[in-house]
Design a protein around this ligand. Structure first.
Ligand code: 5GP
Ligand code: MN
Length: 336
């Protein structure tokens, strides 16, 4: 275990640092990782961001992106960096299974492991933890770590601010979720003052779709949406053939579930997609409804109350069926 004073002492000298985050990184995963990276390199640390898998183009523009190593594309180099690291920062996840094969490498490394995260029920693999489930994004906790724990507000430069703004924006569904507190808005104001160009970041993340993505969205809404009014629930289910037909890329399915949730009465929305190796579920909910409970209990997943994900080895049809059979258990919460 490390206490804050020892961690500060450690970080006072240049260290070999690996920053990693969960597989299929989202905006918070990449924003947190590159935000911390851009902070650490200002102090002369030898830092590398290693992601377990690739990530979408709409997240591939943040400062430092060209330095990111994708594990699946550079396994030997990644393994060597992890084995040789003094410190491994584990951001936006708290269970080693979330970083696929990298989990074993990180687990076996003698590096200090620093967990910065906002998901429920952390595993016990870390030496220092900055963890708070009430944070709207891990990027909020990175800001807090830099400013309030390490006392370096002056090192939140334009690059750090740009990345952290992206993480907070994406994980709070553009500042709309209940955990977007006044504190979050104050942090966001600081990030804009530090150089984050808020309107430009929104453009880069949300207005960068291809024609294919928009046509695929049209297909999902016109042909794959099922509304279950008796449960205030909507499902969008997409099969493998459609993914191929529309040439759907990593990230093209991101956010589609929110369209299902945008209907007035809907409290729970599911996007169920037949990937190459398994069926993946993305759940979103409004207010108090615990979407994470469903995926945790039935679909080997987890996440937050209003945004959670999971997966299944069953067929797409079976997963849809199973999901519908679960709804009666939650009917009271869904219709109140
Ligand atoms: P998404 O639906 O965008 O894939 O994920 C929504 C949230 O649920 C994210 O915070 C993500 O970290 C979490 N999540 C998604 N899939 C899984 C999973 O398989 N296991 C766990 N523990 N969390 C997941
Ligand atoms: Mn997050």
């Amino acid at each position: 275990m490390l206490d804050l004073a020892s961690l500060k002492e450690l970080l006072a000298q240049p260290q070999k640092i690996v920053i990693t985050t969960h597989h299929k990184p989202d905006g918070d995963a990449m924003g947190s990782s590159l935000g911390l990276y851009n902070y650490l390199i200002q102090q002369g640390h030898h830092a590398k961001v290693i992601t377990p898998t690739d990530y979408p183009d709409f997240l591939s523009w943040m400062p430092g992106n060209e330095e990111v190593i994708i594990y699946t594309e550079q396994q030997e180099r990644s393994a060597a960096l992890i084995a040789d690291a003094d410190i491994v920062f584990c951001l936006d996840f708290n269970a080693l299974g979330r970083i696929n094969q990298m989990g074993e490498l990180v687990g076996a490394s003698s590096a200090y492991k620093i967990m910065i995260d906002h998901h429920l029920e952390p595993e016990d693999f870390d030496d220092y933890r900055h963890w708070n489930i009430n944070a709207c994004a891990t990027a909020q906790l990175i800001y807090d770590f830099i400013v309030n724990e390490l006392h370096h507000p002056e090192l939140v430069n334009k690059d750090v601010a740009t990345c952290l703004y992206t993480g907070i924006m994406t994980d709070s569904a553009s500042f709309r979720l209940p955990n977007t507190t006044s504190t979050v808005h104050r942090i966001v104001a600081d990030l804009i003052d530090a150089g984050a160009v808020n309107w430009r970041i929104h453009e880069l993340v949300y207005n960068s779709a291809s024609e294919g993505r928009l046509r695929f969205l049209g297909h999902c809404l016109a042909n794959c949406l099922e509304v279950l009014p008796e449960y205030n629930t909507a499902i969008i289910a997409v099969n493998k053939a459609d993914l191929e037909k529309y040439d759907v890329d990593t990230g093209d399915t991101e956010g589609i579930v929110n369209y299902a949730l945008s209907m007035g009465n809907i409290r729970l929305a599911a996007f169920i997609v037949e990937r190459r190796d398994k069926v993946k579920l993305s759940l979103r909910s409004k207010g108090e409804f615990p979407a994470n409970e469903i995926v945790k209990k039935y679909f080997s997943g987890g996440g937050h109350r209003n945004a959670a994900g999971g997966h299944s080895e069953d067929s797409l049809e079976q997963v849809i069926q199973q999901f519908k059979l679960i709804l009666p258990e939650y009917k009271k919460l869904l219709i109140q």
